[in-house]
Write a protein that binds this ligand. Structure first.
Ligand code: TXA
Ligand code: MG
Length: 318
C-alpha cells in the first residue's frame, strides 16, 4: 500500500526523480509523472496496464504554460481555456517536440488541461515540468474519486498518494479538439456541451469508436465494473428476478431493494456525476451478480453520465 498524505514537498521530490505520484483533481484522481521524461511516462503505462496506443493528458498550472508545449493555438480554444480553466476541460493542441511521443501515442496533438484543485494547482505551479496523468485506475476499470480508491488498486505501484479528499466533479474532463477553428468534442465529461456552446457556438460531437485515430482511448467498453451492468427499465426488470441477486443503481428513485445506490435523491445531475464512480465501485463489491441501471436525463452533465453508463454496460467486442 502507498503512503497517503498532503506533503507537496514529498510529491515534488518523487516526481523530480521520475516516480509516479497520484494527484487529486476536481474530476478524478490522476496517476502523474513528469510529462517531459519518457521513462517516467512509460511507468504510467506499465502501472495501469494501459495499451501504448492510448494517449495521456498533460496537466499545466495555467494557460500561460501552454505555448511551451503546443503551438497553433486556435482562437476558440483560447476562449474556452480563458473561460473554463482551471476546470474539467481538456483541449487538444498541436504538440511541440518537448512532449515525448510516448505521451501522445505518436499523435501530433497533445491533450492539455489545467485542473482545479488547490493542492494540485500548488504542486503544478512549483514544478518546472508539466504532469502527464491518466485516471489512476487499472486500464478499463472505473476511475478513482478518493485516495482510498487509488490505494486499493494501484497502491503497490505508486510512490505516494496526495490526499485532496473526494473529487468534487467526479467524472473525467470533457475533451475538445480543433481543426482550424472548428470544434469537436471527443469525450463528454465534467463540463457540459451546453456550457461550451455558450462560449464558442455550436460544436460537433464525435464519440467512441475504437478505430478512430483521433481518440484511440475512447473504447466502447470502459469505466466498467467487474459485475455485469444492464441498462433498462429497473421496475420491469426487478419483477422477473430475485431482488437479492441484483444491485440497483438508480438516479433518483428508491426501489426498496437490498443492494441499491441512489445517485441523487433530489434528482440533481451534478450530485449524480459526483457519486457515479463511487456507486459503481460499491455495487461491484456487493454480493450481487448483476447491476441494473437506467439512464439519467440526457442534458447537461447527464449526457456524460449516460456515456459512462453505456460504456460500463458494453461488453467487449473482441
Ligand atoms: O479528468 C481527466 O481528464 C482525468 C484527470 C486525471 O485529469 N484524466 C483522464 O485521463 O481522464 P485518461 O487517460 O483516463 O483519459 C484521457 C483520454 C483518453 O481516452 C485518451 O484517448 C484521450 O484522453 N486523449 C489524450 N490525448 C489525446 C489526443 N492527443 N488525441 C485524442 N485523444 C486524446
Ligand atoms: Mg481513464
Amino acid at each position: 500500500m502507498a503512503e497517503i498524505g498532503k506533503d507537496i514537498e514529498k510529491a515534488k521530490a518523487l516526481l523530480k526523480k521520475g516516480k509516479l505520484v497520484a494527484i487529486p483533481t476536481e474530476t478524478v484522481y490522476g496517476l502523474a509523472a513528469n510529462a517531459t521524461n519518457a521513462d517516467a511516462v512509460a511507468r504510467i503505462f506499465e502501472a495501469k496496464n494501459r495499451p501504448s496506443f492510448d494517449p495521456l493528458i498533460v496537466h499545466v498550472p495555467d494557460l500561460q504554460a501552454v505555448p511551451r508545449y503546443a503551438d497553433n493555438l486556435p482562437m476558440k480554444a483560447l476562449a474556452l481555456a480563458t473561460h473554463f480553466w482551471p476546470g474539467p476541460l481538456t483541449i487538444l493542441f498541436k504538440k511541440k517536440e518537448i512532449i515525448p511521443d510516448i505521451v501522445t501515442s505518436g499523435l501530433d496533438t497533445v491533450g492539455i488541461r489545467c485542473p482545479h484543485h488547490p493542492l494540485t494547482q500548488h504542486l503544478l505551479s512549483e514544478l518546472t515540468f508539466p504532469l502527464a496523468a491518466p485516471s489512476a485506475n487499472p486500464f478499463g476499470y472505473v476511475s478513482p474519486t478518493t485516495p482510498e480508491h487509488v490505494n486499493e488498486q494501484l497502491g503497490d505501484k505508486v510512490a505516494y498518494i496526495l490526499d485532496g479528499g473526494p473529487c468534487t466533479v467526479g467524472i473525467e474532463s470533457t475533451i475538445v479538439g480543433f481543426v482550424e477553428d472548428k470544434a469537436t468534442i471527443f469525450r463528454l465529461g465534467g463540463l457540459s456541451v451546453e456550457e461550451i456552446e455558450r462560449v464558442i457556438g455550436s460544436v460537433s460531437i464525435m464519440l467512441h469508436s475504437s478505430s478512430n485515430p483521433q481518440a484511440p482511448g475512447q473504447l466502447k467498453s470502459h469505466y466498467a465494473p467487474k459485475k455485469r451492468v444492464i441498462i433498462g427499465n429497473i421496475k420491469a426488470a426487478l419483477a422477473g428476478v430475485s431482488n437479492d441477486a441484483v444491485g440497483v443503481l438508480s438516479f433518483q428513485q428508491d426501489y426498496h431493494v437490498h443492494h441499491q445506490f441512489i445517485l441523487s435523491p433530489q434528482g440533481n445531475l451534478t450530485e449524480a456525476a459526483k457519486n457515479l464512480f463511487q456507486a459503481l465501485r460499491s455495487l461491484d463489491k456487493m454480493p450481487v451478480s448483476t447491476i441494473l441501471t437506467d439512464l439519467v436525463p440526457d442534458e447537461g452533465l447527464g449526457r456524460a453520465i449516460n456515456d459512462r453508463l453505456r460504456r460500463a454496460a458494453a461488453q467487449d467486442e473482441a
